[in-house]
Design a protein. Structure first.
Length: 245
């Protein structure tokens, strides 16, 4: 099986549209979304793209996907304006869809073998995994996981790392990459080997669409899109935090 791994779309529908255009040209057998699909300024537009996808797809639950369902059930005692806004932008059908997302997805990928797709790590959707994660912690979160390849997201950086008999991959973020430069969406193609990809798209047009919404946090998102943090700083912060919501 050949797989396209997409992660951290964060409601950036224009970026997702550009990536899916490339993905569909390459005809993978499966698309795996590695979490945090709709938590952004354009959740409905993002869901429309996913529902129109003709390639089979599976979905990992990210911490933001989990937060949407928790908010809808009233599990957050004092939701922020952004949290209230986000919950209101998901219908009952959307929430039912998000509730089907899996903690991990395990697939036999051509040339790679058994591959585990997670959001943070196989044990937590809030664990930060990077190219600098200590081997001891890798052994901890891979305990009981029958896979030598693990794909992680959550930190919004792209990487490919061989650690002993294991291979750790980060497809990067489609909608909100922290790579130090603007103008691209990041993803990965798996099988028979690994190809880390980036797709150019019109960030200015995406920003204009987002500013047309009443998302309370839109300017924060826009700043991160136009002037993203350097990957070295993101990795250092992730390794210091270890777990981050």
């Amino acid at each position: 099986m050949r797989v396209a791994a997409l992660a951290d779309v964060h409601g950036n529908a224009p970026a997702l549209a550009a990536v899916l255009e490339e993905v569909e040209r390459e005809h993978p057998d499966l698309v795996v979304f590695c979490g945090d699909l709709t938590w952004g300024s354009l959740p409905q537009e993002t869901l429309a793209l996913v529902r129109a996808l003709e390639i089979p797809a599976r979905f990992v639950r990210g911490n933001s996907d989990r937060a949407v369902t928790e908010l809808s059930r009233g599990e957050h005692a004092e939701p922020t304006p952004r949290e209230r806004w986000m919950a209101a932008r998901h219908t009952d059908a959307d929430l039912a869809f998000l509730s089907t997302f899996e903690q991990t997805v395990v697939v036999d990928v051509a040339g790679l073998g058994t591959t585990c797709f997670a959001h943070g790590s196989p044990r937590s959707d809030e664990e930060c995994v990077t190219e600098r994660t200590p081997p001891e912690r890798v052994e901890e979160f891979m305990h009981g996981v029958d896979a030598n390849v693990v794909v992680t997201a959550h930190v919004h950086v792209q990487y490919d790392r061989v650690l002993g008999e294991r291979r750790l991959l980060g497809p990067g973020s489609v909608g909100l990459p922290y790579e130090g430069t603007s103008g691209h969406a990041y993803w990965a193609r798996l099988g028979p080997d690994v190809e880390l990809r980036r797709t150019a798209y019109d960030v200015d047009a995406a920003v204009a669409r987002m500013r047309e919404t009443d998302d309370p946090s839109v300017e924060t998102i826009v700043e991160l899109m136009l002037d993203p943090p350097a990957r070295v700083d993101v990795i250092a912060d992730a390794e210091e935090r270890v777990f981050a919501g």
